[in-house]
Design a protein around this ligand. Structure first.
Ligand code: SF4
Ligand code: SF4
Length: 169
């Protein structure tokens, strides 16, 4: 298990660097970011991906590996991850903003158009965001997926939002 995650609740810089997609891939379109560094018996992300872009393999405690070239950024894996460790970022839009899709388990859910506070992995405010979309299908088992628009330079930083003062990823 990640020592940093165990002691501080967030990943080390080295661990993060291994998870983040190349800037060229980010600019091409939405792509998953899998911030999973625990050797636990878990693989729903692998089973959920419709294009087989995630491999856990054998043993089931192996860390998931993303093939970013295969990933179509559909976001299906986000709500399937019990560790809330998967995000989809999109830096392909023209202009200065992109989007982060993140799992959200607080209530009430934000609504499209809501202004929210953008938080980093430590729950600290790093900027502002605007909610674009909220998916809360029955199949997602109470884990909504919120798409939030943020400045492009924050796509690798924003991993949670705060609505009306509540911090929750
Ligand atoms: S975002 Fe979609 S295509 Fe990409 S890894 Fe997740 S399920 Fe697969
Ligand atoms: S579902 Fe989530 S916690 Fe489980 S292996 Fe995949 S990324 Fe890790």
């Amino acid at each position: 298990m990640s020592a940093k995650l165990a002691t501080c609740g967030y990943l080390s810089a080295d661990e993060l660097a291994a998870c983040l997609p190349a800037s060229e891939r980010m600019a091409k379109g939405p792509v998953a970011v899998i911030e999973c560094v625990q050797d636990i018996p878990c693989n729903p992300c692998e089973q959920a991906c419709p294009v087989h872009a995630i491999t856990v393999g054998v043993p089931i405690t192996s860390l998931p590996v993303l093939d970013a070239a295969k990933c179509i950024g559909c976001g299906v894996c986000i709500a399937r991850c019990p560790g809330l460790a998967i995000f989809v970022i999109d830096g392909s839009r023209p202009g200065g903003e992109g989007t982060v899709q993140l799992p959200y388990e607080a209530w009430p859910l934000p609504q499209p158009g809501d202004a929210v506070v953008a938080l980093d992995r430590r729950g600290q405010r790093v900027g502002d965001g605007t909610v674009e979309k909220v998916l809360n299908a029955t199949a997602q088992d109470h884990t909504a997926v919120v798409t939030v628009r943020v400045p492009k330079e924050l796509l690798n930083t924003v991993r949670a939002i705060s609505v009306e003062g509540r911090a929750q990823s």
